[in-house]
Write a new protein. Sequence first.
Length: 255
Amino acid sequence: MKHIPIFCSAILISLFFSLTVKAEHKDAPPVPVVVEKVIERQLKEPITFVGTVQPDQRSLGAAEISGLVKEMLYKEGDFVKEGSVLARLKPDSLKIQLQEAEAALKEGLARLDYAESQKERFKDLYEKAVVPIEELQEAEADRDAWDEKTVQYKMKIDRLQYDINQTEINAPFNGYIISKYTEIGEWLVTGSAVYELINPDSIYVLVNVPEHIAVTLNRNDPASLTFDAFPDLKVDGNILSIIPQSSEKARTLPV
């Protein structure tokens, strides 16, 4: 019978404690609660990749005409300004052709003047019924032929003058020479490369990213860049583009 009072006391103590806690909570003031809308999204963890710095402007200084290289004015590593003459081709042959075309034009203009006077003379004689119409038509045809020839001579002169100007190969923009493709004395055909030029003032970084990661990226996503040559330099940028052509061997996409 001694165990019964102990059990009853435990029940009374528990009941008293429960009522006391409820009384305290009943008297306490309400607590303010801030509610926010739950947004479900995927959190991206930073991932590091090795990339390659690329110039935004790159150009091959090429010959627009065929010719023999006369001068190469710069070497690899040199800085050049826009419009600077990078190389010259020998213009001698073109200048001889230009002289011949100018002489032909001079003769053609003289013959055109004579043909014009002959046409007017035969026209006057025909109107006076001295010569038949066939002779007038022949004079008109001769005049028209020399007029056409002088036009052709002028066009040839313009083309030769243009080609002579193209014997100087100029830099398309400010930049550095990174490659040299020919030497003095070599024959260049139209389109042959002379120098390769880059502009380092505007660059981007090309990174090959695994396909399963590239599909989670978007244009304008933030990216931080660090450089081995400048360990204290950190540049914040954005993804410019994701090139949708993967490497068959590496299974990566250029970003």
